[in-house]
Design a protein. Structure first.
Length: 367
């Protein structure tokens, strides 16, 4: 093969190679377009059918294969949460514009809570029964005396007793919240827990003082207490008289409960001649104390009243069930509405063993 023939052969091979490469590039473009279309079709919602998912399983097959569905077949009350992944892998697009994103504070702000301290004055005893009973001395006539002569009849004492009872009562309330809010906001979840428990304790404190009693209700200390003797006085003088009244009944008072406004009225009281504050220097911190007894100032006590007594020896709070929270969707149509019922409750009983160990008095207006 001479030089001319060799050149013609190489040129022919070059042309065929270029044609082959051009055809390959065209085929690659076609394949790329097909792959792109297929990928868009697969990732679109409803791929294959309106009820199938990226793993090739239908929604029905995912549900029937789940452990929750199997639990239903075995008699369970609810399937629980069945994970079915996602209908689409596409990212969600949030519409709307803003000039500057807000600063979100991860806390829930509420009105200021009240300091609940009345309960702390009483012994708190855990129990497992639904009724508290105790024997009570109703009367005692003493025959104590001398046996002057041998064989003389000794004095006889007589006593009468009765069995007192106080039932365990249930105090509760509940709140409806959306499941989404609880899932998405830790701050709101904490708010629900703390606020429900606080409001329950708030109600209990009032009932420990003023509960009217009756079926399923607490009978508070104030309705059972003895009325203070004498005319209404200012808080300082009135509590002194109440302490003396209890002392004459052989009761040593342990604490004083009064309204916050009455307490600060007593703190601001001045001597008529010198103008000096009776309760001490207003610039120094002072623990609430009157006549050596701890004072519990609280708006739970009606303004114009005070309560003095032996809270440690003659009353007790029996805890059958401490305050607890329970969440359920099994209320009305909550399951289909994605709502949760958050229940907060406590079971307890208040026993006042000797009502004469407590005196309730009145603060004279303007004193």
């Amino acid at each position: 093969m001479d030089e001319k023939e060799l050149r013609e052969f190489l040129q022919k091979q070059d042309g065929e190679l270029k044609a082959l490469l051009s055809e390959g590039k065209s085929q690659l473009k076609v394949h790329d377009a097909r792959l792109l279309a297929l990928e868009q079709h697969v990732t679109a919602p409803g791929f294959g059918s309106s009820s199938s998912f990226g793993n090739g399983q239908s929604l029905g097959s995912l549900v029937t294969a789940s452990e929750g569905y199997k639990a239903i077949l075995k008699g369970g009350r609810s399937s629980g949460h069945i994970e079915v992944k996602t209908f689409s892998e596409k990212a969600n697009v949030v519409t709307g514009t803003w000039s500057s994103a807000p600063l979100y504070l991860p806390t829930m702000h509420t009105p200021p809570p009240r300091r609940l301290r009345v309960r702390d004055l009483m012994p708190q005893i855990p129990v497992t029964q639904n009724l508290v009973e105790w024997p009570n001395e109703d009367s005692f006539t003493s025959g104590a005396g001398y046996q002057v002569n041998e064989a003389d009849v000794k004095g006889e004492s007589t006593a009468a007793f009765s069995l007192k009872q106080t039932p365990i009562v249930t105090i509760a309330h509940w709140l409806a919240v959306s499941k989404q809010v609880v899932d998405d906001s830790v701050a709101f979840e904490n708010y629900i827990n703390q606020r429900l428990i606080y409001k329950l304790a708030f109600f209990i404190e009032h009932e420990l003082l003023y509960g009217v009693g009756g079926a399923g209700k607490v009978l508070g200390v104030v309705p059972q207490a003895t009325a203070a003797s004498g005319s209404p006085l200012n808080l300082i003088d009135g509590t002194a008289n109440a302490i003396a009244q209890l002392a004459n009944a052989d009761v040593e008072a342990s604490a004083i409960v009064c309204n916050s406004a009455d307490w600060w009225g007593a703190r601001a009281q001045k001597a008529s001649t010198s103008g000096v504050y009776v309760a001490g220097d207003p610039l120094s911190a002072q623990t609430p104390v009157l006549w050596g007894l701890s004072v519990v100032p609280t708006p739970s006590m009606t303004q114009g009243q005070f309560l003095v007594g032996d809270f440690t020896g003659y009353c007790a709070l029996f805890d059958r069930q401490a305050a607890s929270l329970e969440v359920s969707r099994e209320h009305s149509d909550f399951w289909v509405r994605n709502l949760l019922a958050v229940l907060c409750e406590e079971r307890l009983a208040l026993a006042v063993f000797y009502p004469g160990a407590f005196v309730v008095g009145t603060v004279h207006p303007g004193s």
